[in-house]
Ligand binder design. Sequence first.
Ligand SMILES: [Zn+2]
Length: 693
Amino acid sequence: MSDEKPQYDSNYFKNRVVELNNYLECSNFKYHTLGKPDISDEEYDALYNELVKLEKEHPQFKVKGGITDKVGSVVLDNLVKAKHRQPLLSLKKAHSIEEVLETLDTVKGQLFANGKLDGLALEIIYKDSKLFQAITRGDGVIGEDVTEAVKTIRNVPKVLANGRSGIYEVRGEVVIPKEAFHKLNAKLHNEDKEMYANPRNAVSGILRSLDIAEVANKPLAFFAYGIGEATDTYLFPHHLSSVLLEMTTMGFSHKRFRTLGGNRSKEETKKWVEETIEKFTKLRESYDVEIDGIVFAADSLSVREELGATSQYPRHSIAYKFPASVGTSFLSKVEWQVGRTGVLTPVAHINPVEIHGVTISRVTLHNPAEIERLGIMIGDSIIVSRQGDVIPKITKVLTELREKHVEEIRIPEECPVCSSDTILNSEGNFLYCTGVSVCGGRLVTGIEHFASRDAMNIRGLGIGIIRVLVEKGYLSNISDIYHLHEFKEEMYKLDGFGKASIDKLLDEIEKSKETELYRFLYAIGINGVGLGTAKRLAKYFDNSFDDIKGASPSQLEEVEDIGEITAELIYIYFQSYTNLEILYDILNRSGVYFMEPEENNLTKWFDGQNWALTGSFDFASRKEWETILEERGAKIASSVSKSTTHLLCADGNETGSKMTNAKKLGTTIVFERQLAEAIREAREMDNAEISFF
Ligand SMILES: [Zn+2]
């Protein structure tokens, strides 16, 4: 299949519109009625947006009464239904500043803006100042009566502080704070219960629970953002912003809002909208609750009433959604790239999709196991996600939208670069080329790694000169490095290097022959063997290279932190005849040899302790911290397990899976500053011990 976007005929668009409609309808049902969403809100929005775009471009195929004609949610069956006195419609969504300005152009007078909370819309009705009923939005006309549940929410007044006679309807959003949401999910996870997909889903689930005691346990909060019917108009404010301020005197909470005065030019409005988006985008991270956009609206209550509503949306407001971090696309082909260690990585070529202003056309699929896990085929509709500014990934394959002409992704049996056989490990997550010495895909980077500081530390053998030497044919594998002196005269003539630098390089190569076993183990680039693993291997096998070379997978697994996969990878490496030949050349012909490792006589503050590290550090790099801890007797692991005694984390870093595990397992958590302080103190006082508690 070609890399180009396939040319689709009108039949395709017609089918796609119908399929998207059906799929979104199903998702709606799962989300609202079953309370079990199968796709995230953002994924839903991405598909919805595609549908809107298709229907706009091909209006003849629009499905009448389809998804794009319907208002938000559907009413549940197991709760009592209640009718809103005035419709509680959801807001029209905007994805660009232009769309916001288009709506605001029709609004007279003062403007209002506040964060669009990601929770559940709710109307609370007071009768003669007493909480009488609380109704969810439902379909905008009929919602569910959740009065008893809402009475348990701490910041909802049961009686209005300064009385109002008759009906007083407060509209707002029920939310769960971010932290509480994560705690709740962690708890559900620990109890082996199903977790909530997102905060909104959690709120909806909790509020609709019929077990009121259970609801009262949960940290829900209500933030007012509007008003419905109010019969007592004595001293009634004229603006929404004033209404919200007045509500605080009655006992309600609201979130920060901004206003812009009525005497405003188009330019001023535009500037204010841009500024508001910028401010709330910044605020978003620090907010204790999730906001997914900004509501821009008319502030004057009379203007709001005048503008009224369509059957779907009020005309006085528009919800600007923060740019989505997901988009829809489809897989056009898979290319296999060969990395330094010979691992073949499948790279998905996808139909270009713009997310956060960046056009994405290639996404890594990691390994064959991931392909299997996703169940992805060439031609499939996919969801691509780019959370924050991280590397994009395929989060979902929409098999429901699968076309007839999909093709299976073939796992190559031969390396695409050198045609050597490939091997797939038993877990299916490592596919690699067996042509160590010949594979061009890994040669340059493999040599660069071999020469790097933590490996053989050959200064002057950088990527630039390696490329030249490979091209000239002087280097075709790592053992050739030690034969480079045979090409000395030729190398002197190379452009851009000069005699002196070549002499210096050859000198460095000579010096590198005296090394340590662990450095060499790391240098030769066995899959899964990083510096730490190399050290542990050397130590476990008493610095005997021959023992390591001859070890069986089960013997290798005895080494701390070496699992089944790494053991298998090490074993396979030493089974390759080409590899053994290269090693023999380096060690026996060129005379690379291993010094006995020096035992340091530093005080072993961390003897017998197992440390893991998380976050990005300030005082020293992660590698430096590892060295410091190891020199002082600690063992370093890459993940937190039962045997981990300490977790070193960056200051202020309270999240992440290692942290979660450490908290669960009761591992001692040490912050970077704490460790730095403790070490400083111990050195000054010449202490033999460091303790953190
Ligand atoms: Zn290859």
